[in-house]
Design a protein around this ligand. Structure first.
Ligand code: DSN
Length: 474
């Protein structure tokens, strides 16, 4: 035995040390095996399916060479992409953590619990359900949970800025429920809470839905809850467009005002998918036949077996990663910049003579009536002419729009992606100049056809590429 000065047995110490080295080496090997399995995925794809590989690389180039201003899009991190494309995608599960119908669910149980715990922290919620495949599916789950066929729902019409899943005739929600709409004020285009209240008291809906796809001002969730309580309705807040802003505290919150909050997870910058959250009402009782059940348990049941089968395990893993990112200060800071950039864009566009709906924005989106800019111009022509030049936006119906949905009077612009990629005031000024140049020069032939001067087009494409090249950071 060799005793050192401190009185330790040296041979025991070195045995301990070599055991530690062995463990480190084993862990390294484990990580290498895991990473090795996932590396080279795209060279493998290229070998096995050249057509799909080519199309995916076309998409990479499209994003690289154009400016993304779709308000409903965002850009997830490489870590989220890694989780999406990982081996967990192969796991089949049904039910919830600890109560699955298939074996081998220990790892996904831990991932789902982690995603839930992080989502609850991000949104200061009492309950989180990370299984919905999408925002629409999250809405479907809530509606299936609390409504019976033919029950009355009150929501903002799709042509006023609402979402298709909030009761449009063409969606499940309009087919199975009796949907009535409230509107925005015809002059200001702002939500008119008195008229919402009036309709709610008259119709006594079982569910009121608030939350919008095309509304650029703050939503007063507290007022919606007051109205819901007065008429005895449940309140669903679909915050898909502003959930990142709410999480960061730069838009008023809704978790304790709404009985149910839903959001898609890609709009705030995560993976495709949906999320259902509940605040103080998570344990409010709901009469189910002879029994009473907590609202959150009702949502679990409506998720599975109610509406969905196996949830996407890879998306759940990616949601866990994303909710972790949302907790970081960098995420909060970015949400502030998204709003600042949208406000700059709105003011630049107004300075260029465009009709900005509600004269500005409080969130990430800017709605513009292009039909008021030039005789004959409409959303369809604006979207396509801009896309020809490398600016990607979407046409959008505006409140009280008389043009059909396939034409529209408006376009909707959003700043999440350009902000994520580091653009600020200087770039936004260039982007608004480019939009003005394209929409000012496009020659309108008919409702859906136009001509664009080739010189204008090539010069704009060159400027867009050069602008984007310093800010391409997918
Ligand atoms: N909600 C749609 C939009 O706002 O464009 C996409 O889900």
């Amino acid at each position: 035995m060799i005793i050192d000065k401190a009185g330790c047995d040296k041979s025991k110490l070195s045995a301990k040390r070599s055991r530690a080295y062995e463990l480190i080496a084993a862990e390294k090997k484990r990580v290498e095996n895991f990473a090795g399995f996932h590396s080279g995925l795209f060279s493998d794809l290229c070998k096995t399916d050249e057509k799909v590989y080519k199309l995916l690389s076309d998409e990479y180039e499209r994003v690289r060479d154009t400016i993304q201003l779709i308000a409903a899009e965002n850009q997830c991190s490489r870590s989220v992409l890694a989780a999406l494309g990982s081996i967990i995608q192969n796991k089949t599960i049904e039910g919830f953590a600890g109560k699955r119908y298939h074996g081998g669910s220990g790892v996904i149980d831990s991932l789902e619990c982690l995603a839930i715990e992080r989502a609850k922290r991000v949104f200061k919620a009492e309950y989180a359900n990370v299984q919905p495949h999408s925002g629409t599916q999250a809405n479907q789950i809530v509606m299936t949970a609390v409504l019976g066929r033919g029950d009355v729902v009150l929501s903002l019409g799709m042509d006023q800025g609402g979402h298709v899943s909030h009761g449009a005739d063409v969606s499940f929600s309009g087919k199975f429920f009796n949907v009535e709409n409230y509107c925005v004020d015809p002059k200001t285009f702002l939500l008119d809470y008195e008229s919402v209240r009036h309709k709610a008291m008259m119709l006594k809906p079982k569910l009121i839905i608030c939350g919008c796809s095309a509304y650029s001002r703050v939503i007063d969730f507290a007022k919606f809850r007051q109205i819901a309580d007065e008429c005895g309705a449940y309140l669903l807040a679909d915050i898909s467009h502003v959930s990142g802003l709410i999480a960061a505290g730069v838009h008023p919150g809704c978790i304790d005002h709404a009985h149910f909050t839903t959001t898609s997870t890609y709009k705030p910058g995560g993976p495709r998918g949906g999320l259902i959250l509940m605040g103080r009402d998570f344990d409010t009782k709901f009469a189910l036949g002879e029994k009473e059940i907590e609202l959150s348990k009702l949502i679990d049941k409506a998720t599975f077996p109610g509406v969905q089968g196996t949830p996407y395990a890879n998306n759940i893993a990616a949601k866990a990663v994303f909710f972790g990112e949302m907790l970081a200060e960098e995420y909060t800071e970015r949400q502030r910049k998204i709003i600042k950039n949208a406000q700059l864009l709105a003011s630049e566009m107004a300075d260029h003579g465009f009709d900005v709906i509600t004269d500005g924005t409080d969130n990430h989106m800017v709605l513009i009536n292009v039909a008021n800019y030039r005789e004959g111009l409409n959303g369809y022509i604006a979207q396509h002419a801009l896309e020809d030049c490398g600016i990607v936006v979407n046409m959008n119906k505006l409140p009280y729009d008389t043009k059909p949905v396939s034409v529209t009077s408006g376009i909707r612009l959003g700043t999440p992606i350009i902000t994520k990629n580091g653009m600020g005031a200087e770039q936004i000024s260039l982007i608004s100049d480019i939009i003005k140049e394209v929409l000012g020069n496009v020659e309108i032939v008919s409702v859906k056809s136009y001509k664009l001067d080739e010189q204008v087009r090539t010069s704009v494409i060159r400027r867009v590429r050069s602008l984007n090249s310093g800010f391409f950071n997918p």
